[in-house]
Design a protein around this ligand. Structure first.
Ligand SMILES: Cc1cc2nc3c(=O)[nH]c(=O)nc-3n(C[C@H](O)[C@H](O)[C@H](O)COP(=O)(O)OP(=O)(O)OC[C@H]3O[C@@H](n4cnc5c(N)ncnc54)[C@H](O)[C@@H]3O)c2cc1C
Length: 441
């Protein structure tokens, strides 16, 4: 196996538990990929992913791997989320009824939402998120609700992202029932054998880096860090895997690396797959965890955090109030606020001077929280290839590429660029890829 991010760790763990002689080769000095937790001056902050949702598939994996007990739920008080609108933080309604009184949408926008069940079914072709959401819910819902959500998850752009990849259930509801509302009601009424998830936001005691560490430790000597793979090639019924510390041979290979690395490793023998991987665009992002004095903020630092729609005209994408979500993340008199900047809104952020980044973060926090002083950055973390952007038609292309893996020695693929970008999606992607390998063994 190559790569020990969330996907690779889940796959390695699944194969090891079923008694397979699995070895995980990881380029970095430690396992976890984007899952990295740092401790400094009484703060426990994430360098990459902050928290995740426990939907059915990742929960099934974490249960099976005996890791459920390591998880911690975010405080219920942190459920409230905000959107910046005209310089004011407006709560996002927690249920459909809340939209009736919310100032986030105009009366016209709300009436358009209510018309959703009566909007005609689409033509059935693959669409961008922008086209799908505007067609079903109206332009205002797209601009004021959906686009900021996409910024929070993908640091991405509604015109580029594909609806099927980003909102598979909503697209499925329209296909099966003619409308999102109709499909949602039907799916609630239909009994299902699929595992259901647990609501809320989740992490692990000690952060997501600690969860990755626990998964890595369970692999023991089967995890090989500081070992970048330089090349792979089929050789009869086996794979040859080239590293700086010699050659490995394997009957099955699972690639759980980001798309650019997969493109390079697959170039000489799986041209179509390599091209698919090379075509995946990534949004860049800069994360800035900050120590904040709450008494210096005009707006209470309470809830989950806030997102900033592009129409606000600032570069900040949003911020999470991490010390409100989880205990022991900040000293008693401070808050841990993680600001995100860059994405499609300011792609140059990853190359910008630290001073410029901090100045723009400070400007954003001043506008959103009225914070003029009392904030100290703990680190400026640059992710040039942070989040893959699944484009229109992405799930179909992935399915066709996977179908083409049948010939030659066994090969499987897992990771954020294939099956969904969230931590939960990537755990589930690794788990499912390992199970496919086991089925073909
Ligand atoms: C800043 C940031 C914030 C995020 N926040 C959230 C969040 O709050 N919630 C959420 O759900 N998701 C979040 N995400 C997304 C999510 O964390 C990632 O999509 C997911 O963790 C990626 O997992 P992965 O295993 O696919 O890839 P990675 O974590 O990238 O792991 C791939 C691994 O492969 C290794 N590798 C690469 N090339 C080679 C090679 N040639 N040989 C050996 N090893 C190699 C790499 O070193 C790496 O360890 C965030 C992402 C970023 C960047």
């Amino acid at each position: 196996m190559i790569g020990a991010g969330a996907a690779g760790l889940a796959a390695g763990r699944t194969l090891a538990e079923r008694g397979r002689d699995v070895h995980v080769l990881e380029a970095a000095p430690r396992a976890g990929g984007v899952l990295q937790t740092e401790r400094r001056d009484g703060f426990v902050y994430e360098r990459g992913a902050n928290t995740f949702r426990l939907t059915g598939a990742p929960l099934a994996f974490l249960r099976e791997a005996g890791l459920e007990a390591a998880l911690v739920a975010a405080s219920p008080a942190s459920r409230e989320r905000f959107l910046l609108q005209d310089g004011r933080l407006v709560p996002v309604p927690l249920g459909p009824l809340g939209f009736v009184t919310s100032p986030l949408l105009s009366v016209g926008g709300k009436l358009r939402l209510l018309r959703e069940p009566f909007v005609r079914r689409g033509e059935g072709g693959a669409e961008s998120v922008a086209a799908f959401v505007e067609r079903r819910l109206g332009r205002e819902a797209l601009e004021r609700l959906v686009a900021p959500f996409l910024v929070g998850v993908y640091a991405g752009d509604e015109q580029q992202l594909g609806a099927e990849a980003v909102f598979p259930s909503l697209v499925g509801y329209e296909r099966s029932a003619g409308s999102i509302v109709g499909g949602a009601i039907r799916s609630r009424l239909r009994p299902t054998a699929a595992p259901t998830g647990v609501a809320g936001s989740w992490s692990a005691a000690g952060g997501l880096g600690a969860l990755a560490e626990a998964m890595g430790q369970a692999l023991g000597e089967r995890l090989h860090t500081d070992l970048p793979v330089r090349g792979i090639a089929p050789d009869g019924a086996q794979w040859r895997v080239e590293t700086d510390r010699g050659e490995w041979r394997a009957r099955s290979l699972l690639l759980a690396v980001p798309a650019p690395a997969a493109a390079q490793l697959l170039a000489s023998h799986h041209a179509e797959l390599s091209e698919l991987a090379a075509a995946i665009a990534y949004a860049p992002m800069v994360a800035v965890p900050l120590s904040v004095d709450p008494s210096a903020a005009a707006h209470a630092i309470e809830g989950f955090g806030f997102l900033v729609p592009g129409s606000e005209g600032i570069d900040l994408l949003g911020a999470l109030f991490m010390s409100r979500l989880f205990r022991n993340r900040a000293p008693a008199d401070r808050e841990l606020v993680v600001a995100m900047i860059g994405g499609r809104r300011w792609p140059g952020a990853v190359e910008a001077d630290e001073g410029v980044i901090l100045e723009r973060v400070a400007r954003g926090l001043e506008r959103a929280l009225g914070l003029r002083s009392g904030l100290d950055p703990l680190e400026v973390i640059r992710w040039p290839q942070a989040v893959p952007q699944p484009a229109v038609g992405h799930p179909g292309r992935v399915a066709r590429a996977r179908a083409g893996l049948a010939g030659g020695p066994r090969l499987e693929l897992a990771g954020a660029w294939l099956d969904g970008v969230s931590v939960g999606d990537t755990l589930a992607s690794g788990h499912a890829a390992a199970k496919r390998l086991l089925d073909r063994a």
